[in-house]
Design a protein around this ligand. Structure first.
Ligand code: NAD
Length: 352
């Protein structure tokens, strides 16, 4: 098969890590007989420098036409003081909106080889963590009516039935592809939108009898994530709770340079990116860990192209590289072999 990709490396370490991911993707293409044709576009600060805006209409159109988008990261101190209407992050919001991406997938996977980086006790982590947070991305309090009054301010949390149904369905579908356990997180003891959310989860559960469904209030869920994270398989939740819980879940794995993410819409197109930022402090120094972006490519193969075998080949190659003792600086510990960004990309590519 032929796939058309839009590459938006962005700023800082974005180009470093996206470059390594493409080496790995090309190796997958050669091994399994696919062609991944990638075109690179400017986004974020580098686009502001050239075009005066963080994303041009042409770039949005190209991303819309592509089969999927691979993003590095945007932003950096150089653009911290530009006018708020053209800040680099505006490009991310514009892309999500322009591509209709309403579902954010954030796996929190702890490799047993990196157990030392996990801030939790051994007996809590056991032989590893593998949680998928499914976060609603385009509704809820971040997009509701807000304002200030004479002596206060307000934000509104609003969800339509359709917005809840489509994200909850994604949660069930992803649970079906994993360990068939879905935990819906809400605040249904207080919020009306959460009560609707919970009732939709309960009625949709009848369509997925194989999935074990549970509900947690968000305050309890945040506690359970550090007390007993192994109870979770898939967590589905609204925009704000997902924002907070996915960061918490990723921190308990201990390594920001290891975590991928995906944003999906109705069709198969998605946007894939590491969860870390542009790390300007280490940009262009051959230090950045490219594994989060390489693992984002694996998510692209799985969720946009349904190439499970190929996705697994990348994930296995990453596991093997760690087994063989290779580490970038951020995940290095005594006795391991320290390598740079490019070497890490080559090692994974060879193992694919
Ligand atoms: P960051 O994730 O860029 O960096 C935090 C720390 O983690 C830094 O010490 C950095 O060196 C390290 N780090 C991050 N990724 C790494 C990797 N792959 N390998 C090794 N070390 C890594 O977060 P920040 O410093 O808060 O933000 C820097 C810039 O990135 C800001 O301009 C911010 O707005 C932007 N940002 C962009 C995105 C995005 O594009 N999605 C997300 C978060 C932050």
């Amino acid at each position: 098969m032929n796939y058309e990709l839009a590459l938006v490396p962005g700023d800082g370490i974005g180009p470093d890590v996206v470059g390594e991911s493409m080496k790995v993707l090309e190796a997958v293409g050669r091994k399994y007989g696919h062609t991944f044709h990638a075109t690179t576009y400017p986004l974020g600060g580098c686009s502001i420098d050239t075009y005066g805006v963080p994303m041009t209409d042409e770039v949005l159109k190209a991303c819309q036409k592509s089969d999927s988008v691979l993003l590095g990261a945007v932003g950096g101190p150089k653009w911290d003081h530009v006018d708020s209407s053209i800040r680099p992050e505006k490009a991310l919001l514009g892309l999500r909106k322009g591509l209709g991406l309403f579902c954010n997938l954030r796996p929190a996977l702890m490799y047993p080889q990196l157990k030392g980086a996990c801030p939790l006790k051994d007996e809590i982590v056991g032989d590893g963590l593998d949680i998928m947070v499914v976060r609603e991305l385009t509704g809820g309090i971040y997009f509701g009516k807000r304002g200030t009054t004479a002596d206060g301010a307000f934000d509104t949390m609003e969800y339509s039935r359709m917005e809840i149904e489509r994200i909850v369905r994604k949660g069930f579908e992803i649970a079906m592809k994993r360990h068939k356990r879905l935990c819906s997180v809400d605040k249904a003891n207080i919020l009306a939108s959460s009560q609707l959310w919970r009732s939709i989860v309960e009625s949709m559960a009848k369509e997925y009898p194989e999935v074990a469904v549970s509900h947690l209030y968000v305050d309890n869920a945040s506690m359970q994530l550090v007390r007993n994270p192994r109870q979770f398989d898939v967590i589905v939740t609204c925009n704000m709770f997902g924002d907070i819980l996915s960061d918490e879940a990723s921190q308990i794995t201990g390594s920001i340079g290891m975590l991928p993410s995906a944003s999906l819409g109705v069709g198969t197109k998605g946007m894939y990116e590491p969860i870390h930022g542009s790390a300007p402090d280490i940009a262009g120094k051959n230090i950045a860990n490219p594994l989060a972006t390489i693992l984002s490519v694996a998510m692209m193969l799985r969720y946009s192209f349904s190439l499970e075998k190929e996705a697994k080949a990348i994930e296995d190659a990453v596991g093997k590289t760690l087994d063989d003792g290779y580490r970038t600086t951020d995940i290095y510990s005594d006795g391991m072999k320290k390598v740079g960004t490019r070497e890490m990309g080559d090692l994974v590519k060879e193992r694919v």
